[in-house]
Design a protein around this ligand. Structure first.
Ligand code: ARG
Length: 391
């Protein structure tokens, strides 16, 4: 049996529990999508807890250049706030676990989802799409242990207990850090400072940071003139933008599973890149393209959040989003100082003309042209208005 192994308490306990309950030979698979973890440590823990084999798969580049790149081109912010880090990584993690499970001839795949989160939907959807004949086992939905009981179980069976640095439930990767649980579950109270790791509070920042982000066909390719691959560029921005007090998100989120939760994230790079990308799109697109793209982006974002990665429409929209991004090249200058300000933008494909907009020396329609335009532009509305206000 293959187990999607994060190295956390639930999945560590699961190794032993699966052996005990199903007499399974457990092969653990840890997928590196840029989370702040010590993968050697995780591997050791897997073996100590009873895994017969362990795989660490470096999928950082694939994550960046696949799902994260699409999320940038789609300006993906679920309910206008959440950059989807966790949601984007799940299908890729599932895909990697399926690859190992098939190679090892496993008849079952286990993962640590509970029955209250969105991740169960995302994992199972991907597993059902990619490995319809493999059984799915979700120990945390079956065993009925709470956290204290899991720790007790681990002690009793000599299972190494991971260092739990935080009382919150954290899921992080290259694109965002999700923080849930404990005090945060009360939406009326401020998030405690120790929930944050990637960002400093804006009041601690003394100097603004300015950045020039260069985009090529919808994706950022250089910062301040220095070319970088996407994974490197995102980690750099997470670091420097986070240090300048920008990148925190706190909102009420409508989950797939029927209820709202208060969700907190850190995503300095994601928020910066998406804001700059949107600005550049607006410089380039026609008003029709701009308005239509917003609808497409939202449908794409909802599909991904809702765990429908393999819905064919998602791939169709990928195609459209990529095509429309062919023209989104140029440079956006931003200032980070507790928030984000766009300082300027340019693109070889800008459908902007300084001459058209200039009041002093630019082009002017004649009075006749302007009047004629206005007359026909408002005609529909005036016909209806007059019909209804004849009195
Ligand atoms: N609410 C976010 C989402 O649904 C974050 C989930 C965090 N997951 C976790 N296992 N802590 O994508």
């Amino acid at each position: 049996m293959a187990l999607a192994y994060s190295g956390g308490l639930d999945t560590t306990v699961a190794i032993h529990w699966l052996k005990e309950k199903f007499n399974a030979e457990v092969i653990t698979v840890t997928v590196d999508v840029g989370q702040d973890d010590d993968f050697k440590d995780i591997e050791e823990r897997a073996y100590k807890a009873g895994a017969i084999r362990h795989y660490t798969i470096d999928a950082k580049r694939e994550f960046a250049e696949g799902p994260v790149a699409m999320a940038i081109m789609a300006n993906a912010l679920y309910e206008d706030k959440y950059p989807l880090g966790t949601a984007l990584a799940r299908p890729l993690i599932a895909e990697k676990v399926v690859e190992i499970a098939k190679r090892e001839g496993c008849d079952a795949i286990a993962h640590g989802s509970t029955s209250k989160g969105n991740d169960q939907v995302r994992f199972n959807e991907a597993l059902m799409a990619l490995a319809p004949d493999i059984m799915i086992i979700e120990p945390a939905k079956i065993w009925g242990m709470n956290r204290a009981e899991e720790i007790e179980y681990a002690r009793k069976h000599g299972i190494p207990i991971p260092n739990i640095h935080s009382r919150f439930s954290i899921d992080d990767n290259l694109w965002s850090r999700s923080i849930e649980g404990h005090e945060i579950d009360d939406p009326s109270v401020e998030v405690p400072e120790d929930a944050f790791k990637w960002t400093v509070p804006p009041e601690k920042v003394d100097k603004p940071l300015t950045l020039e982000i260069e985009f090529s066909e919808g994706l950022p390719v250089a910062i301040n003139g220095e070319k970088m691959d996407l994974a490197g560029l995102v980690s750099l921005l997470n670091r420097v933008v986070g240090m300048h007090g920008f990148g925190r998100i706190d909102h009420i989120e409508n989950r797939v599973v029927g209820f709202k939760s208060r969700e907190v994230y850190e995503a300095p790079a994601a928020l910066t890149i998406i804001e700059a990308h949107k600005d550049l799109e607006k410089l380039v697109y026609t008003p029709l393209e701009y308005r239509f793209k917003k609808i497409v982006d939202q449908v794409w974002t909802d599909l991904v959040y809702n765990g429908l990665w393999h819905e064919p429409l998602r791939e169709e929209l990928d195609g459209l989003i990529r095509t429309m991004n062919r023209w989104v090249s140029g440079i956006v200058k931003v200032k980070v100082f507790g928030g984000l300000t766009i300082l300027g933008r340019e693109s070889p494909y800008a459908s902007y003309s300084k001459d058209l907009v200039d009041y002093v020396s630019g082009w002017y329609p004649s009075e006749e042209e302007a009047r004629g335009f206005i007359k026909m532009h408002v005609l529909h509305s005036l016909m209806a208005y007059r019909a209804r206000h004849r009195a």
